[in-house]
Design a protein around this ligand. Structure first.
Ligand code: 13P
Length: 249
């Protein structure tokens, strides 16, 4: 049995306004279960009211991106230190939507991860193959490239979480088979063990993301090597998000 506490993380993406975000955060906090760690990642501008709404609650707040620089002339960007200062403990980096919408490379994700670590934030580094890559048998090759390029030296089980999010499973209702998820998670852990060490590989949490919902959460979360979920659509509904959390083995 793994010593890793499951992490159930909600990626709210570009959704919500102040009033409904506060209500969502409070509803999640009111129904929180002790079996897993809970994290919500609102859009940047909603972080302060959500942090405020979760004062004295056990739910962590994270961001969806940060800049790699500490400060300076980067119009529209937000630094890791600012996120930390606003009450965040985590930041999602290298999500496939940022890789696609903003052309983020592995190298850029790596520099953001360094910045997150320097600001004492836990980096949730996302990797995942496209449908074309899966269909042509290139899944593990793609994951290796992303891991090698996106993870900096100095990764530990405390400062980094890895999220496996097959691009074709995000928001589509489709999920890989349990065998496919187990294969990729096992592969990621081995890659981390080879690059860093087995202690770090054993400690690092590897989340599954992509159409996780109450009806499939139990089956996904019990797969060997799956240490929680990174949830998009279903994290916008407190009942669904809490049902997923309650499915943790
Ligand atoms: P969905 O749960 O909506 O498929 O999104 C997953 C995701 O991208 C989480 O980061």
């Amino acid at each position: 049995m793994s010593q890793r506490t499951p992490l159930i993380a909600g990626n709210w993406k570009m959704n919500g306004l102040v009033t409904d975000s506060i209500a969502l955060a409070r509803a999640i906090a009111d129904g929180a279960v002790a079996e897993c760690d809970l994290l919500v990642c609102p859009p940047a501008i909603l972080i302060p009211p959500v942090v405020d709404a979760l004062t004295n609650r056990t739910i962590a707040v994270g961001a969806q991106d940060c800049h790699f620089a500490e400060s300076g002339a980067h119009t529209g960007d937000i630094s890791a230190a600012m996120l930390r200062d606003a009450g965040c403990s985590h930041v999602i980096l290298g999500h496939s939507e940022r890789r696609a919408d903003h052309g983020e490379s592995d190298k850029l994700v790596c520099s953001k991860t360094v910045a997150a670590h320097a600001a004492q934030l836990v980096a949730i580094v996302c990797v995942g193959e496209t449908l074309e890559e899966r269909d042509s048998g290139k899944t593990l090759e793609r994951i290796d490239m992303q891991l090698d390029g996106s993870l900096p030296d100095g990764v530990t089980g405390e400062n980094t979480v890895i999220a496996y999010e097959p691009v074709w499973a995000i928001g589509t209702g489709r999920t890989p088979t349990p065998a496919d998820v187990a294969e990729v998670h096992g592969h990621i852990r081995e890659r981390v063990a080879t690059r860093f060490d087995t202690g770090i590989a054993e400690a690092v949490r590897i989340l599954y993301g992509g159409s996780m919902k109450p009806s499939n959460a139990a089956a996904l979360l019990k797969i060997d090597g799956v240490d929680g979920g990174l949830i998009g659509g279903a994290s916008l509904n407190a009942e669904d998000f809490l049902a997923i959390a309650a499915s943790c083995p």
